[in-house]
Write a protein that binds this ligand. Structure first.
Ligand SMILES: [Zn+2]
Ligand SMILES: [Zn+2]
Length: 444
C-alpha cells in the first residue's frame, strides 16, 4: 500500500472480540430519529446500546473516541458503485473497492452488475456476497434486469433475490424495449425490490462523447443531447406508474429530468432518484482541456443543468447522493478524448465534495446530507441501516466537517486513479468508519 492517508482494517476477522466503544462530545445527527444534538454514543457487541446525554450506567469502554468538533452519523451508504469483480480486477476488486469505501466513510455499497461476466444469475450474486465477507464495508449486489445486460431476456429475479440481490439494473444501458421494461417492473414489484434505471436513449447517444451544447460545438466533439436522458426517465416513470412498481432513477443530470421526477412525485408515483457529486460540482465548461477524467455517462451538463440538480437536491426531488464509482486503468484514460472510457471514481471524494459544495454553500444542512447519503439509500434498497436507534447494528461514520485536504489520487485505496477532483482542495472527511461496532477505518 502506498503512503495512504489512513488505516483500513482488512480483512475484518469476525472472531476478534469487539471492544465496547464510547463516542463522546460529537454532534450526533440521526434524522431517522429526529436527533441533532451533542450526545454520547455507546456501542457494545456490534450494536448501539445507548445514545444520550450521559454515559450509560455500568458501561465500560474498551475504546473512547473524542468526537469533539465532529459529526456522528449512521453509516453512509453508496448505492451505485462498480467494483469490477469479476472480470476486471486490474481496475478494482471487491477488496480494494470496499477499502476505498470504508476510507470514504461508507459502511455499505451496492455494486452494479455490469461485470464480466454480468451478475445475471444466482451463482454470480452468491460469488459477490462470498467475496465480500471480511471486507471493511458491506456489499449488496444489484442483479441484472436482463441476461448478459443484452435487453433480450429477463434474468431470474427470484433466485437472485434469494442469493442477496437488493435491486435490479442493466446499468450502463437502458432496457430499450418497453415491453421488456414493463415485464421487469411487474416482476420487481412482486419481489418488492426496486429497479434502478440507467436512462439513455441509445439511438441518440451513439458515437457521442460529451454533452451536446455550445461547448461541444466549440470543442468539436459530438454531443449527447439532454433529451436522450429525459425521454427514458419519462418512459420508465410512466411504465412504473402503470404497473404500480417502484423505480429508482440513476444519476440524474439534466434540468428536464429533475423536473420530470418532481412532477411524478407530486402525482404520487413510487419514484426515487439519485445524482452524483460530479454533476453538482462540474459542468461541460470544465471540459475545455479535454480532460478524460471528466468524461462519464451521462456527461457533465450545462451550468443551467447543474443549477437544476442543486435545486433538486435542495427541495428533496433528488433523494440520494451516490458516486457511480467507475474505476478505469490509465490505458483507457490516457488517450484522446473520443477514445477514452466513460466513468470516474468517487468513493473517496463523495463525502468531501458534498460537504464542500452543498453544506458549505448552504444548499443542505447536515441532517439533509445524512438523509441523502444514509437514510434514503437504506430505505430505497430495503436495508436495516440509516439509524442510530438503540439495538440497531453499530454502523457509524464519524465525520470531521472542517478539515481541508488536497485530492491526491496516488494515496487512494482504490486501484484506479481516474478522479475529476485531482489537485482540488475539499473540506470534510470521514475520520472513523465503524462497521458492526468495529473501527475499520481511521484517518491520519
Ligand atoms: Zn449508469
Ligand atoms: Zn453506473
Amino acid at each position: 500500500m502506498p503512503d495512504s492517508y489512513g488505516r483500513v482494517t482488512f480483512p475484518v476477522t469476525p472472531v476478534d472480540p469487539v471492544p465496547p466503544i464510547l463516542i463522546t462530545g460529537g454532534r450526533v445527527i440521526d434524522p431517522a430519529n429526529d436527533i441533532d444534538d451533542y450526545l454520547t454514543v455507546a456501542l457494545s457487541g456490534g450494536t448501539i446500546c445507548a445514545v444520550g446525554k450521559k454515559i450509560p450506567e455500568g458501561f465500560e469502554a474498551g475504546v473512547t473516541i473524542d468526537a469533539k468538533g465532529m459529526w456522528v452519523v449512521p453509516g453512509l451508504v453508496d448505492m451505485h458503485v462498480h467494483l469490477r469483480e469479476p472480470g476486471r480486477e486490474d481496475k478494482e476488486t471487491i477488496a480494494s473497492g470496499t477499502m476505498a469505501a470504508a476510507a470514504g466513510g461508507f459502511t455499505a455499497v451496492a455494486c452494479m452488475p455490469n461485470t464480466t461476466p454480468a451478475l445475471d444469475e444466482e451463482s454470480k450474486i452468491r460469488y459477490v456476497v462470498q467475496r465480500s465477507e471480511g471486507c471493511p464495508c458491506r456489499v449488496y449486489p444489484v442483479g441484472a434486469i436482463t441476461e448478459k445486460l443484452e435487453g433480450e431476456k429477463l434474468a431470474p429475479f427470484g433466485e437472485m433475490v434469494g442469493a442477496g440481490a437488493k435491486a435490479f439494473s442493466d446499468d450502463g444501458r437502458s432496457v430499450s424495449n418497453s415491453y421488456m421494461m414493463r415485464n421487469a417492473l411487474n416482476y420487481s414489484k412482486s419481489f418488492n425490490v426496486p429497479l434502478i434505471c440507467h436512462c439513455e436513449d441509445h439511438d441518440l447517444t451513439g458515437q457521442c462523447h460529451m454533452n451536446e451544447s455550445a461547448m461541444s460545438t466549440r470543442l468539436g466533439v459530438r454531443g449527447i443531447p439532454s433529451i436522450a436522458e429525459e425521454i427514458v426517465v419519462a418512459r420508465d416513470i410512466m411504465i412504473a406508474e402503470y404497473t404500480g412498481a417502484r423505480v429508482h432513477i440513476a444519476h440524474v443530470t439534466t434540468a428536464g429530468a429533475v423536473q420530470i421526477v418532481r412532477e411524478a412525485k407530486s402525482r404520487g408515483a413510487h419514484v426515487t432518484c439519485e445524482t452524483c457529486p460530479h454533476y453538482f460540482v462540474f459542468t461541460d465548461e470544465d471540459l475545455a482541456t479535454y480532460d478524460t477524467n471528466k468524461k462519464m455517462n451521462p456527461p457533465l451538463r450545462t451550468p443551467r443543468d447543474r443549477a437544476a440538480v442543486i435545486e433538486g437536491l435542495s427541495d428533496g426531488t433528488i433523494d440520494v447522493i451516490a458516486s457511480d464509482h467507475a474505476p478505469h486503468c490509465s490505458e483507457e484514460k490516457d488517450v484522446e478524448f473520443a477514445a477514452a472510457a466513460f466513468g470516474v471514481i468517487g468513493l473517496e471524494t463523495s463525502l468531501a465534495a458534498a460537504i464542500t459544495h452543498l453544506i458549505d454553500t448552504n444548499v443542505l444542512v447536515p441532517s439533509h446530507l445524512v438523509e441523502k447519503m444514509s437514510v434514503a439509500p437504506n430505505r430505497v434498497l430495503g436495508l436495516q441501516g440509516g439509524t442510530l436507534a438503540a439495538s440497531s447494528v453499530a454502523d457509524i461514520t464519524i465525520i470531521d466537517p472542517s478539515c481541508e485536504w488536497s485530492v491526491d489520487s496516488s494515496r487512494f485505496f482504490s486501484k484506479s486513479r481516474n478522479t475529476p477532483f485531482e489537485g482540488l482542495t475539499l473540506r470534510g472527511a470521514a475520520r472513523y468508519t465503524i462497521l458492526g461496532g468495529r473501527i475499520v477505518f481511521e484517518r491520519r
